[in-house]
Design a binder for this molecule. Sequence first.
Ligand SMILES: Cc1ncc(COP(=O)(O)O)c(C=O)c1O
Length: 453
Amino acid sequence: MIPVQKTEIPGPRSAELCAGLRRWESRNVTFLSADFPIFWQRAEGVNVWDVDGNRYLDLTAGFGVAALGYSLPEIAAAGGAQLRQLSLGMGDVHPSAGKVELLSSLSRLTFEAWGKGEAKSILGCTGSDAVEAAMKTAFLATGRPKLIAFQGSYHGLAYGAMEATQMGDFQKPFIEQLTKRAVFLPFPNCWRCPWGRGERSPSECDAGCRCALADELKRVFASQSVGAILVEPMLGRGGMILPPDWFVPLLRQVADEEGALLILDEIFTGFYRTGPRFVCERLGVVPDLICVGKPLGGGFPISACIGPAAVMDAWPDSDGEALHTSTFLGSPLGCRMACAFLEEIERRQRDLKVEEKGKQLLAGLSDLAHSGPPLKNVRGSGLFVGVEVTDRHGRPDAALAGRLVLALLKAGVILLAGGTDRHVLSFTPPLIVAQDELHWSITTLHALLEKIA
Ligand SMILES: Cc1ncc(COP(=O)(O)O)c(C=O)c1O
């Protein structure tokens, strides 16, 4: 449903709550201004209502979480029933039956589906948790402490995961505390080639960049004790960047040659966001470990690091004191909601028409970009789409991107700008978004561009 505006945006109640946030929340957490944020009150399908009664169309799916939209009745019912029956277990001591069901589903939908036998998982609550479980697993499996990660990557902000996050200024204030466990290599961004080979699209990328990266990988493996390559198969927060098709297979090949693990972070891209269930399926690459999160819990915070038994059994048997656990690990509520989400997404995925809707979004944005600045370099796969906002010279224009995000909010559209330069409008709507809602969004963006830019 398209937005309905009842008050100015933000409305008076949001403004009032904003004052409370300013007073009681630590300063860095929520960006506050006279125009931002709105306070959410409820959400359903692709829509969010704020505390002033305004209805919005959410083109972010709440950071990519609400893949099947908000408050899907089947998931809400599963969560409600579980909450009434058993909200909490003792994750690593006395778990609930739902944990076994979820673990077996994760195995079936990943390594078993890829013909690699059964998988084992470590559950967590956040994406950071899954990444850190993968980092620990890689060290136990290889005995090598370092890992290769990529410039522009975002793997979370807990201390371990932050070691491998290299976008924005997240590391900066803490740099002296970090162990520098990750070595960062360039992520092949064809639109702004890190090897200075000009602006192209991934399909035009040639062997030159592949050789350049292969050389860098070789150099790092030769000089450091690297046990894993950790990578997002498409950069999400780093700017919705699709690498050329040679990229992940090259990492697989090098990891094999070097006896290192390939860890794919599909926390953002997983579960049909880009079209296939996972990006690695389209590429025909099987990782050693895969991290999932975001949509997994149907809105409840739960994540997993999944790997074949041969890799995961680098962990010793528990002797009564788990080496890796947390209070809410594999909570009954999270497991139940995740099982409900997996059941629903698998049942509905064909009807979602993610690729068709993605093409529509790409085409609409490309039409807008054809007429020149400020939109440029439209890219995406499925409903994982980005477009750069630039100045007349093609340079990233974060200020204008911010103004567009704000203008869209005032028009009833929730959207975010990402990327290392914060200039990439990032479209990750719920996969259930309707084609006329996408059409309406493009038309609205067009009108705002004419007014603002
Ligand atoms: C690819 C990727 N990995 C990891 C994370 C971290 O997840 P969380 O914020 O749940 O810790 C994110 C969050 O945006 C992400 O996009």
